[in-house]
Design a protein around this ligand. Sequence first.
Ligand code: NZQ
Ligand code: ZN
Length: 391
Amino acid sequence: MLGNFTYHNPTKLLFGEDAMDMLADELAGYGQTVQLVYGGGSIKRNGIYDQVTEALKAAGKTVVEDAGVMPNPTIEKLREGVAIARENHVDFILAVGGGSVIDYAKGVAVSVHLPEDTDPWQKYWVDFDEPTCEVVPVGAVLTMVGTGSEMNCGSVITNHDAKMKVGHVFSNPDVFPKFAVLNPRFTFTLPRYQMVAGIFDIMNHITEQYFSGTDDNTSDYLSEGLMRSLVRASRIAVRDPENYEARSNIMWCATWALNTLVACGKATDWEIHMLGQAVGAHTDATHGMTLSAVALPYYRLVMPYGVEKFARFATAVWGVDPEGKTADQLAAAGLDAMEAWMREIGCVMSISELGATEDMLEAIADSTLVMQGGYHVLSRNEILEVLRESL
Ligand code: NZQ
Ligand code: ZN
């Protein structure tokens, strides 16, 4: 039976190769001073920066630049962004980049109007409190596909001192981007490694919400459709990165994979993200690859507790022929098919490739949060077992 839920997603999407034409008009609806947030410079090399500044100029905005947001944005950088926003009394934050830039923008947005003595890390990423102050509106121009941050209210921030990487999914609808510009062409310049990391991130967002519960739930059928589209498009995109149709479908899958839709009425798992974030906290590795490196050992460990769903995954997503197979055999064949696809597209398959070593495993386990919503709640020993299998 479906659980009760509220679905409210206020983000306006502007999708397609002409989407940037609408940015100036969209910006007109917000205040005068815009904090333009971006990463390490890819947008200057591929021309997106020029298009954005042109739109800001056309909208008559005063622009304050906030560059250098790193992949896996840190709390230190976030504090700098808050200072910039306070000093310049910004009315709007425009994030141009991937999940890191957008998550950072949301983190700044909920912190600018906090009392000066309130620590954002403690409030939002330790206590998981909701904003008790005005939230600065955020808009996004997406350049890297995977996280779904463009249409959700999550913000993942890293604290290297605490060795923690923590995601807060806010409940306040003000934290969702007001709008997101989604032009699939903007993703053509992504290095293959980032493209593949994003593709696995999308797949894992879906499976984190799919592998839970035993009820007949429309959300799971939506997930199966998204996974089939993603697998098909990803196979095309790795051979032909400038295939607009494939890149569009990957972009669209990413947005729907994590904009709260496919979790409606369901329990959800998220343990692979907890393991991946712990690996990320200790290695600063690329998010999607931290997930691919731990996913198969985790799923093979929990499969016996949810075998029917894993068997359904095999037939509905991978087209495995059920004829003559037990549920266990079918379930195993589905994970084998996923593994073959992961290797085909170039996912990282071990945490050692990401810089993790045997002597780090206890500390990574200490940083791993244990979730309750999947088919099995991991014990400390099982966390270590998954990490050891992932080495
Ligand atoms: O910094 P620049 O120079 O722009 O380079 C970036 C960065 O190095 C580059 N890039 C982005 N667009 C490009 C490009 N290079 C060439 N051409 C383009 N068009 O790609 C690199 C990675 O960017 P990043 O934003 O870090 O990637 P992603 O979108 O995967 O975001 C990762 C962050 O999002 C968090 C992750 O934990 C990680 O911190 N997540 C956020 C979620 C959410 N808000 O709901 C959920 C996810 O599960 C995830 O945890
Ligand atoms: Zn993710």
